[in-house]
Write a protein that binds this ligand. Structure first.
Ligand code: BT5
Length: 321
């Protein structure tokens, strides 16, 4: 009920009278007042007078459903769950996936207490960021799903670029960078059997309005630090979901091939000397020469060529990327 009232107030041209609300929503004037008070407690600034009714003056910078719903443009983001604090948004999406939640389900949190990256690494998730997970149910093989993190990173970057008019870089396989510093990351976790993917949880973390980072993350930056302005996180979430949703049917049908050139165009270290560490701990040096349609990175060195399926890369000492 409160969401219907909020959606109405947000889209109304001017004041909406208490009597009209009470009649249309079939609730008492007292109940209308209670909902308005609850919205004020959540941070909405609402002016009201007995004669003219209610009008929203400002919306809080919190990813409440009532703030996010009006700006969503597609199916992704419905249903949408929001929590002030969660261990990890991906944990909740995984539970929802097991309970039969549909593709497009999104869980967002203002902060995560155990946000995670790949291979058990931790992800710093204070207030001010955009931390959310999206449930996908692609009809693809586990082999094709290898390129899902690359596809998601690319479309997340494109969504941010389109909204803010800035250019982002990508770092293979799943990092989003601004001016060479990490601004976001993508973690895809699968629920799959040998032949079939049942679901994929795309966990997306973007340092949006985060103002500072702990000493061990001095290589990180945020959209706010980089652009010098606060970013509307609800609109950013909507832009990212729109971007993923737009490319997703094609990725399901044709895989990563149609996205490969756009991905490579954003890879800041392509053609440069890098050091790569595989998931198994092996270290290779070489020139980052290519990324193929299977999402593998080609390392080229005097010793020959090597295709990497996953791992971490960084610039060789003294090389700027
Ligand atoms: C990632 O892992 O980059 C994937 C991050 C995914 C986070 C989202 S938030 C919503 C959802 N819920 C979750 O629990 N996770 C997802 P990886 O490539 O393994 O990078 C992890 C490394 O990045 C860490 O070891 C740190 O060095 C660094 N790092 C941690 N927090 C950071 C931050 N906020 N900004 C930049 N770098 C960070």
């Amino acid at each position: 009920m409160r969401e219907r009232l909020l959606a109405w107030l947000l889209t109304a041209e001017g004041f909406v009278s208490g009597a009209e609300i009470s009649q249309k929503l079939d609730i008492s004037r007292g109940a209308v007042w209670k909902h308005i008070q609850a919205l004020r407690r959540e941070g909405f600034v609402i002016t009201g007078s007995t004669r003219r009714g209610y009008r929203i003056l400002s919306v809080p910078d919190i990813l409440l459903p009532g703030v996010v719903f009006p700006v969503l443009t597609g199916k992704f983001g419905r249903p949408y769950y929001f929590h002030q604090t969660l261990s990890s948004t991906s944990d909740l999406v995984r539970q929802l996936a097991h309970a039969g939640a549909p593709q497009g389900t999104v869980v967002a949190a203002e902060e995560q207490t155990s946000g995670r990256g790949r291979r058990g690494r931790s992800w710093y998730s204070p207030r001010g960021g955009l931390w959310f997970s999206l449930l996908l149910r692609p009809h693809v093989s586990p082999a094709q799903s290898q390129t899902l993190p690359l596809f998601v990173s690319l479309t997340v970057a494109k969504g941010i670029e389109r909204l803010l008019g800035i250019t982002l870089d990508l770092k293979w396989p799943n990092d989003i960078l601004l001016g060479g510093r990490k601004t976001g990351g993508v973690l895809v976790e699968l629920g799959a059997e040998a032949e079939q993917v049942h679901y994929a949880v795309a966990g997306i973390g973007i340092n949006v309005n985060v103002a500072s980072f702990p000493p061990e993350l001095q290589e990180a930056t945020s959209l706010r630090i980089y652009t010098g302005r606060r970013v509307d996180r609800a609109r950013l979430l909507a832009a990212i979901l729109h971007s993923i949703e737009t490319g997703y049917p094609r990725w399901c049908r044709e895989g990563f091939a149609p996205f490969r050139e756009a991905y490579k165009a954003r890879l800041s270290f392509l053609g440069k000397h890098i050091t790569a560490r595989t998931a198994g701990g092996e270290v290779f040096n070489g020139i980052a020469a290519d990324v193929d349609a299977g999402g593998r990175l080609l390392l080229s060195s005097a010793g020959g060529q090597r295709w990497l399926c996953g791992g971490d890369v960084k610039a060789r000492e003294g090389v700027r990327i």
